[in-house]
Design a protein around this ligand. Structure first.
Ligand SMILES: *[C@@H]1O[C@H](CO)[C@@H](O)[C@H](O)[C@H]1NC(C)=O
Length: 309
């Protein structure tokens, strides 16, 4: 087999703009552990039976379509650009930061939450709404998805473990490098099977840690009124945004550009990432349980699928 030319490899390397594959798969697998029978039936009906996807495959779909014809308008749904001033001052203002016509991750969560239990939409639309939600509840827990500065850190050049190529930037380091290193994977690991296994293991560890009540889990899962989707999504985004000042950009852009982030900065980032991935998984699981309840009430959950469980 001819090896790919370096140019082709470069062209086929996707620019990452969200938790990388490992983060999204882990959020999916973790959420799965919290699902009720009804929610499991919904995931099985819409994703597994129909697309042959497990929940972690579904978590990647929104990134895979955002440059595709008919989906380019969904790109801005992966984040909210808080026009604040880190590290001095953080904060989201919905009217200022969510673009009125285009939307943002908060309005997208509201939209998809209502679409997935709307009897007026067909099963393909329900399936897409579900896949968007699984992805967005992950992204909203990535601090840099709630920050406008330097395009969410994409324009902040940084080094990680002596990797200082043009590709490395603060955003991609938080999407991928920190997660891979903390799970013992090479930065360049891209094998689906390897990443799926690593995500399963990580999700199991985080699930077990949650039963030790490392964080206040009741508070984490308390936002679950689907009618208050906007309030909930804003609360989640606000927590992430707080971490932009609290850790991610705490030392200022200049420090970040002048230091290798693979050392002490990485050590401090690991508990932040563990916490945010844990919260994302629990909140996604809780949200899907509520949605399954809503679908049952409007007759969208079919008895037949329940029997198969
Ligand atoms: C909701 O999602 C649908 C389907 O992707 C889209 O066509 C519509 O513009 C969205 N509405 C809002 C208000 O974002």
């Amino acid at each position: 087999m001819r090896s790919l030319s370096p140019l082709l490899i470069l062209l086929s390397t996707p620019t990452v703009h969200s938790w990388g594959e490992l983060g999204h798969r882990t959020v999916g697998y973790l959420a799965e552990k919290y699902l009720t029978t009804d929610a499991t039936a919904m995931v099985t009906e819409l994703l597994v039976n129909d697309k042959g996807y497990d929940i972690s495959d579904a978590a990647l779909w929104a990134d895979s379509v955002k440059r595709r014809t008919g989906y380019t308008h969904t790109r801005v749904w992966h984040y909210i650009d808080a026009e604040d001033d880190p590290p001095t001052q953080c904060g989201i203002k919905y009217n200022r930061d969510c673009k009125p016509k285009k939307g943002c991750i908060v309005s997208a969560i509201v939209n998809m939450t209502s679409r997935i239990s709307s009897p007026k939409l067909d099963s393909t639309q329900h399936k897409e709404a579900l896949m968007f939600l699984i992805h967005f509840l992950g992204d909203i827990h990535q601090p840099l998805h709630t920050e406008a500065l330097d395009r969410g850190g994409n324009d902040i050049h940084a080094c990680f473990d002596s990797h200082c190529s043009k590709k490395e930037n603060l955003h991609s380091i938080w999407d991928t490098q920190i997660l891979h290193k903390s799970r013992g994977l090479p930065a360049s690991e891209s094998d689906d099977k390897v990443l799926k296994d690593a995500a399963q293991t990580w999700a199991t560890e985080l699930f077990e840690a949650s039963s030790l009540r490392v964080w206040n889990w009741d508070t984490v899962a308390e936002c679950k009124d689907l009618k208050k989707a906007e309030d909930c999504a804003l609360k989640w985004a606000g927590e992430s945004n707080k971490l932009v000042c609290g850790y991610v950009l705490e030392r200022g852009v200049e420090w970040i550009e002048q230091n290798d982030l693979g050392g002490e900065y990485f050590e401090g980032a690991v508990p932040v990432v563990d916490e945010m991935v844990s919260k994302a998984g629990l909140r996604l699981g809780t949200w899907l349980n509520e949605i399954a309840g809503a679908r049952r009430r409007v007759g969208l959950l079919r008895e037949q699928e329940r029997m198969e469980m």
